[in-house]
Design a protein around this ligand. Structure first.
Ligand SMILES: NC(=O)c1ccc[n+]([C@@H]2O[C@H](COP(=O)([O-])OP(=O)(O)OC[C@H]3O[C@@H](n4cnc5c(N)ncnc54)[C@H](O)[C@@H]3O)[C@@H](O)[C@H]2O)c1
Ligand SMILES: O=C(O)C(=O)C[C@@H](O)[C@H](O)[C@H](O)COP(=O)(O)O
Ligand SMILES: [Zn+2]
Length: 361
């Protein structure tokens, strides 16, 4: 087992990474503050891991709530099912919520914990690759609005993150690839050696080689923890994690939540950012091909939806609602080079429009 730390003063917390950790109650129990525990999960994950998770909290007053599965349910209506359960079971301020599932469950459970009685504790038990390398760490929580991703939420850090890499054995291939989009992202924005390592090990990751997967998860979490420690609430540096997301979130909302997976939007959206970085003279044609090749080898889309599915006006309208917008300017994460990203609103609008027109199927 490997333990990493997110350093946030008195809100610091550990990330435990290893095989079989769901069967190690001693890791979780110190992070439960009161007696009452609510495990939040969904209809897919519950039959696979709920029993094991309940056993890990044996001795506490454990309840569970099973939500419908899918990005289309990441909204306030579904969140209310969690509040209904908390209130029906008379949970108090000393309770602990446990997110057992992928990023959708993690984001919703974290937001429920941030809002219930103005804030209670929660624990992340991520079971998708995407959640293990990204969403379970850093405290961004929330739900979608029909016209914008993650529009309603809060920063609320977990007490600990427990990553049992064995849970990845049951994950569908398409979901594994979606997680790889966020893994590749770390290489692109801050970590050239990791990008090069991924070029060597991408097939091992797709074949779920446990050692290769563990290394990718550890290096991803370390990158995430380092930046979150420096900029918890996205005053600047943390926005680099948004590479490809202004485009990608527009795809997710524009195509109807759940049709494009988050990681798929991030992959195609990152390539749009790469194309624009090339138009700006930062990246070469060879860089662009090298990055596209890695996403393609990870079985991810590099092109966005067609113009017929989503035209430029719709794209721009959705992108204009992004959380990084300042004074009406769409700020984007672009690349200076592979391994170095920056956030900017200072680019010719024409280059954004050219990107939307030219980088298309
Ligand atoms: N908070 C953050 O920092 C952050 C970061 C990245 C993404 N996100 C959010 O995370 C969400 C995407 O997360 P995701 O990719 O995990 O999607 P997801 O939560 O929808 O999970 C993907 C699918 O895998 C299933 N699943 C989960 N664990 C499984 C397992 N072990 N075996 C078999 N099936 C399993 C789920 O039920 C679901 O059908 C998006 O809403 C995105 O906005 C948040
Ligand atoms: O942790 C962060 O910061 C991120 O931006 C991670 C992203 O991968 C994630 O998708 C996040 O939810 C996007 O943030 P948002 O603020 O654009 O909703
Ligand atoms: Zn993301």
């Amino acid at each position: 087992m490997k333990t990493l730390h997110v350093e946030l003063g008195d809100r610091s917390y550990p990330i435990f990474i290893g095989q079989g950790l769901l069967s190690r109650p001693e890791l979780l129990k110190p992070y439960v503050k009161g007696r009452q525990v609510l495990i939040v999960t969904n209809t897919t994950v519950a039959p696979l891991y709920l029993q094991q998770c309940e056993a890990a909290f044996a001795g506490f007053d454990v309840h569970s709530v099973i939500l419908p599965d899918g990005e289309q349910y990441k909204n306030l209506d579904t969140l209310n099912l969690v509040f209904d359960e908390l209130i029906d079971q008379k949970f108090d301020r000393g309770c602990t919520l446990v997110a057992l599932g992928g990023g959708v469950i993690g984001d919703m459970t974290g937001f429920a914990a941030a809002a219930f009685q103005r804030g209670v504790n929660f624990i992340q038990v991520p079971t998708t690759l995407l959640a293990q390398v990204d969403s379970s760490v850093g405290g961004k929580t929330g739900v979608n609005h029909p016209r914008g991703k993650n529009m309603i939420g809060a920063f609320h850090q977990p007490q600990c993150v427990l990553i049992d890499t064995d849970t990845l054995n049951t994950l569908e291939d398409r979901e594994l690839s979606a997680g790889l989009a966020e893994v590749i992202k770390y290489g692109l924005i801050v970590d050239l050696p990791f990008f090069e390592w991924l070029e060597e090990h991408i097939e091992g990751l797709l074949q779920r080689d446990p050692q290769v997967l563990s290394e990718a998860i550890e290096r991803s979490c370390q990158n995430k923890a380092d930046i979150v420690a420096k900029d918890e609430k996205e005053a600047g540096l943390r926005a680099l994690f948004n590479l490809g997301h202004t485009f990608g979130h527009a795809i997710e909302a524009g195509m109807g939540y759940g049709n494009w997976l988050h990681g798929e939007g991030v992959s195609a959206g990152s390539m749009q950012a790469v194309y624009m970085s090339k138009l700006l003279g930062n990246l070469s044609e060879e860089d662009q091909q090298r990055i596209a090749a890695l996403f393609e080898r990870a079985k991810l889309p590099v092109l966005p939806p067609s113009v017929e599915e989503m035209d430029n006006d719709k794209y721009l309208d959705l992108m204009a609602g992004d959380k990084k917008v300042q004074a009406g300017k769409i700020r984007l994460v672009l690349l200076k080079t592979i391994g170095e990203a920056y956030v900017t609103g200072d680019y010719p609008r024409e280059l954004l429009e050219r990107t939307l027109t030219e980088w298309r199927p």
